[in-house]
Design a protein around this ligand. Structure first.
Ligand SMILES: NC(=O)c1ccc[n+]([C@@H]2O[C@H](COP(=O)([O-])OP(=O)(O)OC[C@H]3O[C@@H](n4cnc5c(N)ncnc54)[C@H](OP(=O)(O)O)[C@@H]3O)[C@@H](O)[C@H]2O)c1
Length: 322
């Protein structure tokens, strides 16, 4: 059984099920990746420079024995590298042990000060004490003078050099996309977003469709300790189709043409997320989709991934920070 594929606006294709690797610990991630490819059928791995585990992900890919050319690899540019796209990409390529990526994304539309008090999460001086603080308190040192259009130009340049086959964005609202689209030579292939039954972002998905940008779902299961897996409606639909709640959560997104990126380091889950989501895609009918489409609007709207970016950057449904 192999995952369906989704076609990009540049004609290239992506397997619609990819293995997530965020929070996959060192000592666990290589074997999870190897298992996913060798035993469970995955041909798509979702990585990021900031996850700090790309070296082991690369080891897992090589240990699978499946040729690099048969595997779709995505990685992401971190905020402190918006001014130095190729540098971050080169680090990722070296870590993964490959000479190209299938897809490279701007991780967040939040350029961070490359010369701040921390190489990954720079923060502003505390406004009261003027001490440098390093705790996540909503005062991340954002490089506000940097223009996202220039990050995108550098993304286009690494594609033209042949280091990546497709480029895209992640966590971009319609407003942020409109900042880069008017001057873009290359339309983003994807926008990777928090997408699941409690955060379906229907309006943004329609907008992406109108622009030819494929949505990818991160945290499709609701991330760590997810309440989605025990949601009454999800469980009912799963029981009716003799499937697991996770299968329904993933199959629902696949049915909407959304690429899913479930993370697991637990072999039986890695396997069932793949086969179960394909089974759910086949079984879910229009009324199931309508029911699941309405969960968030019915009072369950919730985001799980809310890094402490300044609130004025305009992320939707963001919690208020102190
Ligand atoms: N672009 C971005 O800003 C961004 C942000 C967040 C995530 N992502 C990407 O999206 C991927 C997925 O998101 P995520 O890791 O936040 O969350 P997720 O895939 O929604 O959920 C992962 C959690 O669910 C558990 N799990 C997996 N399969 C399960 C199953 N069948 N039954 C019960 N529990 C299950 C995993 O545990 P075990 O591992 O212990 O099995 C883990 O705790 C990430 O790994 C990353 O690649 C991107």
């Amino acid at each position: 059984m192999s995952a369906p594929k989704v076609k990009f606006n540049n004609g290239l294709e992506i397997p619609a099920i990819g293995l997530g690797t965020w929070q996959s610990k060192l000592g666990e991630v290589a074997s999870a990746v190897e298992y996913a490819i060798k035993e469970a059928g995955y041909r798509h791995i979702d990585c990021a420079w900031v996850y700090g585990n790309e070296k082991e992900v690369g080891e897992g890919i090589r240990a699978s024995g499946v040729p690099r050319s048969d595997i779709f690899i995505t990685s992401k540019l971190w905020g402190t590298y918006h001014t130095r796209v190729e540098e971050c990409l080169d680090e990722t390529l070296a870590n993964l042990g490959t000479d190209y990526l299938d897809l490279y994304l701007i991780h967040w539309p939040v350029p961070l000060n490359p010369k701040g008090n921390h190489a990954v999460f720079p923060t502003l001086p505390d406004e009261y004490t003027n001490r440098l603080i390093t705790v996540p308190d909503g005062k991340r040192d954002v490089a506000r003078e940097w223009d996202l259009k220039d990050t995108w130009k550098q993304m286009e340049a690494v594609l033209k050099k042949g280091k990546v086959k497709s480029i895209g964005v992640s966590n971009f609202s319609e407003v942020k996309l409109e900042e880069i689209l008017p001057t873009a030579e290359i339309i983003p292939a994807v926008n990777q977003l928090e997408l699941h039954v409690y955060n379906p972002q229907h309006k943004l998905i329609s907008y992406l469709k109108s622009k030819g940008v494929i949505p990818q779902a991160y945290s499709p299961l609701g991330s760590t300790n997810s309440p989605l897996l025990t949601d009454e409606t999800v469980v009912q639909v799963a029981t009716r189709h003799a499937l697991q709640p996770a299968d329904i959560l993933l199959g629902y997104l696949l049915a909407k043409g959304i690429v899913v990126l479930p993370k697991s380091v637990t072999p039986p889950r890695v396997a069932s997320n793949y086969t179960g989501s394909i089974a759910a895609l086949e079984k879910l009918d229009a009324s199931d989709i309508k029911t699941l489409d309405g969960l968030a609007a019915g009072g369950k709207q919730k985001r799980f991934i809310t890094p402490p970016w300044p609130v004025d950057l305009g992320f939707e449904n963001w919690p208020k920070l102190p």
